[in-house]
Design a binder for this molecule. Structure first.
Ligand SMILES: *Cc1c(COP(=O)(O)O)cnc(C)c1O
Length: 412
């Protein structure tokens, strides 16, 4: 309901919607087909986006979509099997050969790789440093259809110039897509700065428990799709704010088929109930750990928007409720990073992020290995950079774990 807090509105969302038998959770509808006694009812379902076939529609997934829409303050959401499916399908549905896209250069590695595939297939992509709107403005052309940025980049935590880029896109009639995965709708709502579409990997903070993959695209209602040439004639009817998302759902989800399963949707929906609680603890832990590491004589650099030294510290403070739960750091050159990580006991060596457990990964040797040293250097990723996705553990246990790792190195 209007004016209600973030958590209240999410935990009561199912109950207020269309729920069977007054169940408090939307049940898991492990179901593919929907049958009708009357032919006319079946035809009506096909013509109005009703219950037809599980690749396009499922009640459990629908209940999750309603929650994401509510969290983001948007108009409507479509869920996908993963965050990458959400991004890839959205791009596939909205772009044509000859179009041009501007993307942040500081990007989740697989998104970067995906955009390069689009580039090889006729959609030109420019990667720019999106911490300043000038870099985006400089490469806009008449063919630019879409600008794509992440809120806080992983792993170096650069914060995009979100407000100015959004204003620029609005002025030029360009679709502005924000990947909100790193902040989640609890820390940041792209609707407030006028973005067109927001993408979330539900696998990360929204689900939170590292037990289900999922993705979502939410229409925020700020873009006039009547001006967007790539919308096919069959989707140019009804509320024009939804034309883009309708095309993503039909040409994308239906035809490409990366549907979210009901079981995963249920896990993610349960996880989303505690998003705010988890985020508060995770961000508090991140603040404590980065303060500790920043002051440590064996640490060369810490990258976290919550630190006063961070280049976009002020911007992060203005835009985000809290500065996030992910940071990266570099040890002194003389220290062995792998030995340091091996000495951690609470912190797990793992590539996920947004989990309840604190996870560490040496970036250059893993998630950014494929792109090679030259591209890593151009993205500001040093060979010794370690990324930490901070979990909900007790703060003192995390600090003690890092302390133990430092002293084990000294003992050698
Ligand atoms: C993880 C991630 C994705 C992809 O999500 P999956 O659910 O793993 O496919 C996209 N963007 C960002 C910023 C991510 O961290």
């Amino acid at each position: 309901m209007k004016g209600e807090g973030f958590t209240t509105s999410i935990v009561h969302s199912d109950r207020r919607g269309d729920v069977e038998h007054r169940a408090i959770h939307k049940p898991v509808h492990q179901n593919v087909a929907y049958g009708y006694g009357e032919t006319a009812a079946l035809c009506h379902a096909f013509q109005t986006g009703g219950y037809t076939y599980g690749r396009q529609i499922n009640p459990t997934v629908g209940a999750l979509e309603a929650k994401i829409t509510q969290m983001e303050g948007g108009l409507k959401t479509v869920c996908f099997s993963t965050g990458m499916a959400a991004i890839g399908t959205m791009m596939f549905a909205l772009l044509r050969a000859g179009d041009h896209v501007v993307s942040s250069a500081f990007l989740f590695g697989n998104t970067n790789s995906l955009l390069r595939s689009f580039d090889e297939r006729g959609v030109a992509i420019d990667f720019v440093d999106a911490t300043s709107v000038d870099n985006v403005a400089q490469c806009l052309t008449e063919r630019t259809r879409l600008v794509f940025v992440e809120t806080i980049a992983n792993p170096r935590t650069q914060v995009a110039d979100l407000e100015a880029i959004s204003a620029l896109c609005a002025d030029r009639g360009i679709v502005f897509v924000v990947d909100n995965t790193m902040t989640s709708p609890y820390l940041f709502r792209s609707v407030d700065i006028g973005a067109s579409l927001v993408v979330n990997s539900l696998t990360k903070y929204i689900g939170g428990h590292g037990n289900a993959l999922g993705g979502a695209v939410t229409e925020l209602g700020n873009f006039d799709w009547q001006t967007y040439d790539n919308i096919s004639p069959e989707y140019r009817s009804g509320n024009s704010s939804l034309w883009g998302l309708t095309q993503i759902k039909k040409k994308g989800l239906r035809d490409f088929g990366a549907a979210l399963g009901p079981e995963a949707a249920h896990h993610i929906a349960i996880g989303s109930e505690t998003l705010a609680l988890r985020m508060r603890q995770q961000c508090a832990n991140a603040a404590a750990l980065t303060d500790y590491l920043q002051a440590h004589p064996k640490v060369a650099r810490v990258h976290y928007p919550g630190l006063a030294e961070h280049p976009q510290h002020e911007r992060a403070g203005r835009l985000f409720r809290l500065p996030g739960a992910l940071f990266s750091f570099e040890l002194d050159d003389a220290l062995d990073v792998f030995a340091f990580l091996d000495a951690l006991d609470v912190v797990i060596k793992s590539s996920n992020l947004g989990d309840n457990r604190t996870l560490a990964i040496p970036v250059a040797h893993t998630i950014y290995f494929e792109m090679g040293a030259q591209r890593r250097a151009s993205m500001g990723i040093s060979e010794s950079l370690v990324r930490i996705s901070v979990g909900i553990e007790d703060t003192t246990d995390l600090i003690a774990d890092f302390e133990r790792a430092f002293s084990s190195l000294e003992a050698k």
